[in-house]
Design a protein around this ligand. Sequence first.
Ligand code: NAD
Length: 326
Amino acid sequence: MRVGIVGIGAISPMHINGLMSCGQEIVALCDVERSRCEAAIEKFGLSSECYTDYTEMLNNSALDAVHICTPHYLHAPMIIEALGRGINVLCEKPLCINEEQLTDIENAVKGSKAQLAVCLQSRFNESAVFVKDYFNDKQIIAAAANLTWRRSEEYYAADAWRGTLDKEGGGVMINQAIHTLDLLSWICGMPKSVIAYVSNNSLRGKIEVEDTAHGLFFLENGGTFVMNATNASAKNLPNYMSFTDGEDVLEISSNNLIVNGKQVMTDGGAPIFGKVEWGTGHAKLIREYYGCIARNEKFPIDFDEAKKSVKMIFKMYQSFGERLDI
Ligand SMILES: NC(=O)c1ccc[n+]([C@@H]2O[C@H](COP(=O)([O-])OP(=O)(O)OC[C@H]3O[C@@H](n4cnc5c(N)ncnc54)[C@H](O)[C@@H]3O)[C@@H](O)[C@H]2O)c1
């Protein structure tokens, strides 16, 4: 397929490698900084055309699909432009940054034959798939996740969109912890309400967004799950998640999957791969996305699935300790 990528920044190599590994043709790259496209062409040995204007790329490159790897506030307008031209979209997370954008994207999806997919690649982690299958016909009654990371002042200062409400749309929840929250709801089921509190504990006056968030989510079955996330830690700790139905307890701790206290190994004797940090599942997700398009099947992480994490996060931002329906 003829593929274009917009936004040739930090995450773009994951998309370029993923596309190359499944034989897609990267015919166009677009970035407001042309030198970033040129550097990628050189580094990966591509013969793509370079654009600095996204609309021009869509109009001139006869694309079958576009990957959107730009700052968060641009996802919605870029999705809508591509879907309006019948071009398939694989957009980086988050789907969008507010309810208005969500409604606009929904309308664009309804009016287009093209497929919208969102890069929530942690759903392809072996450990997450194992836990989801394990509890498939059971009711999870309690789950918890901790994301304890460090994002320094320099991190936010490095790119103008980071740490801003209008361009990033939020902080640790919408940027870093969205994958973990997505896994919680994918495995436990979509919660019906939330009590949350978000705050900026370490960079007041330096960033507009939260660096710390706590959410208590209420499930239809009477169970609950808890999400704790911070970017204000002294250093990055491994992500941790636990799930129980009252009979069994499963834990994902970085690379380890633990069932009732016992580490699960693969047939080859290695620990089950359970990395939930960003980046690891891109290649699998991209291969599966193009497989679905080729077979004329619906890719599983579509608008309806991707809207769940942003809806939960929007409510976390509004809650300030009040219980809100999602
Ligand atoms: N799935 C994951 O695990 C994962 C990991 C990291 C980042 N991301 C997401 O990827 C996206 C990009 O993040 P990043 O870290 O690569 O950011 P980045 O700032 O490094 O790159 C963004 C690029 O977009 C370009 N850009 C900005 N406005 C543009 C426009 N109007 N037209 C064309 N190009 C434009 C910038 O020049 C920059 O090169 C974000 O949505 C981020 O949340 C996802």
